[in-house]
Design a protein around this ligand. Structure first.
Ligand SMILES: O=C(CO)[C@H](O)[C@H](O)COP(=O)(O)O
Length: 220
């Protein structure tokens, strides 16, 4: 499936989101962090912004819902134009039903795990998903330090995906940079969300390509 780089607009300029999407035109996906100030202590954006960005951006939108009650809201984000919708398993009452609803509406369904949430209890439902997102910081804010402690879980998730012969992405989110991406790729991740590393670079597109090159070399 190949390495995918997904710049997070969390650290972009919210007053110029269309331009910020263009600034990372070489990226495969655009990562959109939806926060409700309940599941995480931060508030960002919701469906109307996703709908506008889906029209303005060329990249598919990878929507990460850091919200309570994703069961209720996730399908609406597909209707708003998201190509993938990620719900947090810690907040989701019916993850299998929610994943099926996302897929039925035509988007990729993904399940996110906070750093301390184990993957093993969800082994039997991996086949219901297109992607697993493993947080490598506590969700809520950009610019945090990468948590090395999650690396063994990335390896175990890759082992489970291989064991079941599944074709699903493993996405890493939080503290991804030129210093950390190779470790994640070696452990088995193939989708990389990077916010501050990309948007604080002098040339965001160059950083996108640099990150991809590092990840590809680490898995060659
Ligand atoms: O989900 C997130 C925070 O909850 C962000 O996507 C993530 O932290 C990206 O930002 P950075 O690359 O700066 O860590």
């Amino acid at each position: 499936m190949g390495i995918q780089i997904a710049p997070s607009i969390l650290t972009a300029d919210f007053a110029h989101l269309a331009d910020e999407a263009k600034a990372v035109s070489d990226a495969e996906w655009l990562h959109v962090d939806v926060m409700d100030n309940h599941f995480v202590p931060n508030l960002t954006l919701g469906m109307p912004v996703v709908e506008a960005l889906a029209k303005a951006a060329e990249q598919p939108l990878d929507c990460h819902l850091m919200i309570e009650d994703p069961d209720r809201w996730a399908p609406g984000y597909v209707e708003a134009g998201a190509s993938s919708v990620t719900f947090h398993v810690e907040a989701c009452r019916a993850p299998i039903r929610t994943a099926r609803e996302i897929r039925a509406k035509g988007a990729r369904a993904a399940m996110a795990l906070r750093p301390a949430t184990p993957i093993e209890p969800y082994e039997d439902m991996l086949a219901e998903l297109d992607m697993v997102l493993l947080m490598t910081v506590e969700p809520g804010f950009g610019g945090q330090k990468f948590l090395d402690v999650v690396l063994p879980k990335i390896r175990r998730t890759r082992d489970l995906v291989t064991k079941h012969g599944l074709d699903i992405w493993i996405e890493i989110d939080g503290g991804v940079s030129a210093e950390t991406i190779e470790r994640c790729a070696e452990a088995g991740a193939d989708v990389f969300v990077a916010g501050s590393a990309v948007y604080s670079a002098d040339n965001p597109n160059e950083m996108v390509n640099h990150l991809r090159t590092l990840a590809e070399a680490a898995t060659a």
